[in-house]
Each structure stands twice: as C-alpha cells, then as structure tokens.
Design a protein around this ligand. Structure first.
Ligand code: LIP
Length: 276
C-alpha cells in the first residue's frame, strides 16, 4: 500500500475527530446512494471486466464524501475507488470506497457499505463502514476499540478450523476466479462452511461482531479493506497477509489469534496468494 508524502513535522491529528468526520460523511453518502438505488439501472456500466460494475451512485457518493472531507480538512490527501486522488500536505490521507459491494447494490441486496479510512503517516488510524440498508454503523480508532452503533465489538473466541465459519470473495477476472475456486476446493472440506457476502468491508465488520469466524481474500484494493481491517483488529482479530506481513492488496487474512495460524497454514499449503 503506497503511503502519503508530506512534510515531516506535521501535527498529530486527533483520531477521534477524524473518525467523527468520516462517520458524518459515510452516513450522508450512504443515504444518498440508497436514495438513488431504484434509478441506477440506466447509469450502470462496467470497469475492469464485464462483471465489475459501477453506477452513478458510486460516483455521486464519492464526490459528496471528498467535498465534505476537504471542506473540513483542505490539506488532506485522497485515494478513492472512483478516481478521486490527491496528495496530502497534512500527513492525513482518506481512503474511500463509496459503495463496497456494488454488485449487491445493483441487485438490491443489503450487503453493501460505505467505507472510509483515515491514514496518518502510512498507518490507518480511524475507520468507518456504514451499511445503509440496515442503518448500521461500524467504526474504530487506533488503540481505541471498535463499535457497532456505539456498542463495543469483540471477535468470537477461536473455534477449531473444522468448526469455523469462513467468509471469502472472488476477483473480477476469470483467471483469478479459477485460481480462487481451486483454493476453495481445498478449504471447503476443512471448515464448518463458507460465506460469500460480496463486500470485503462488511466481511471484516461481521468478523468483528462474531457473525463469521474468519475472512480471507486475495487481490483487494486499499479502499476495499483499509477501514474494515482496523475495525476487525480493534475487535481483537489478528490480521495479516500469508507471509508474516501486514494485510495488503496481495492478500488479507483476519481471524481470532488462535485460528489465524491454522487457517494461514492451510491457505499457504495451496498457494492461495499465488497465481494469475
Ligand atoms: C468488492 C469487494 C469484494 C470482492 C469483490 C469486489 P467492490 O469490492 O468488496 O470482497 O470479492 O470482487 O472487489 O468492487 O464492490 O468495491
């Protein structure tokens, strides 16, 4: 993940203030997207492949978020899924996915969310995911815990791998999906069951609240995972890639501490982070 360039002696921002600003913008953008849902058919087009959808609501929500963030903090940087990008002068950069789970949004399924993360000096310090369909707000601050609608979150105590409910996802390119299907063939017989929810941001939030036991996915973008990874980590999950490093666009694995290694070993044994 690329980090923001800025002058070394920038002031330390208040992480809770950043979180509160992200909450305000995530709720406004989420309500805007939900209000546009029934009229997006004509504006739905594709990006990296015929199954990678984007709508006018994705673009309108991102524009609204960027406008609101920069109105409060004009020196901040931006990295948005729909093209918003600017360097940071303040050391803070906002990483934005206006609608994570766009395919669900287009099919009017509830598992889509607005994801906003604040990064300071290369570290995610505040994260917010808002699910408009259920008006559910997930948020976390670095070293400040994670909450769902204001209630503290904690991941499930670790289960045995064989009785763990695992969520995962698949990319938009056919060759990548073929590789991910091979990994699934090895994982499915070894766990309780698999869930494919369609939003990495919500997968990580559902892990934080114990609706699933672990989550893994290969090939996500920074905007899909940044806020969700902080929320899961602040709820007690171990998060990383498969090679002892931080979660990244190569691979993200998140699980309660005692389940992380058994699941990582299984995924490494089938080269889950390698291939096309
Ligand atoms: C989606 C991710 C999901 C992944 C999809 C897609 P989008 O993000 O949240 O986990 O499986 O392929 O990348 O495209 O809806 O922002």
């Amino acid at each position: 993940m690329t980090t923001a360039k800025h002058s070394p002696n920038v002031a330390l921002p208040n992480y809770c203030t950043l979180r509160d600003l992200a909450v305000a913008m995530a709720v406004r953008a989420g309500e805007l997207a939900a209000s546009m849902r029934d009229s997006i058919e004509a504006s739905t087009t594709t990006k990296s492949s015929s199954v990678d959808l984007v709508t006018a609501a994705d673009k309108a929500a991102e524009a609204l978020i960027i406008e609101g963030l920069l109105a409060s903090r004009p020196s901040d940087g931006i990295l948005g899924e729909e093209g918003g990008e600017r360097p940071s002068q303040s050391g803070v950069r906002w990483i934005i996915d206006p609608i994570d789970g766009t395919t669900n949004f287009v099919y009017d399924a509830p598992d889509y969310g607005v994801s906003i993360a604040a990064e300071f000096k290369g570290e995610i310090v505040a994260g917010v995911v808002y699910q408009p369909a259920t008006r559910t707000l997930f948020e976390a601050v670095l070293d400040g815990g994670a909450r769902r609608n204001g209630v503290d979150l904690a991941v499930n105590p670790a289960n045995e791998l064989a009785t763990s409910l695992i969520a995962t996802g698949f990319g938009y390119l056919a060759d990548r999906r073929k590789d991910q299907a091979q990994v699934l063939l090895a994982v499915l017989p070894r766990v309780r069951d698999i869930r494919r929810l369609g939003s990495a941001a919500l997968d990580l939030c559902f892990l934080a609240e114990g609706r699933i036991d672990a989550y893994y996915e290969r090939g996500l973008n920074a905007w899909d995972l940044s806020a969700g990874v902080l929320i899961a980590a602040e709820a007690g999950a171990t998060v990383g890639n498969l090679r002892g490093g931080k979660p990244d666009t190569g691979f993200v694995l998140a699980a309660p501490p005692d389940l992380f290694n058994p699941l990582r070993d299984l995924l490494v044994s089938v080269d889950a982070d390698l291939g096309s």
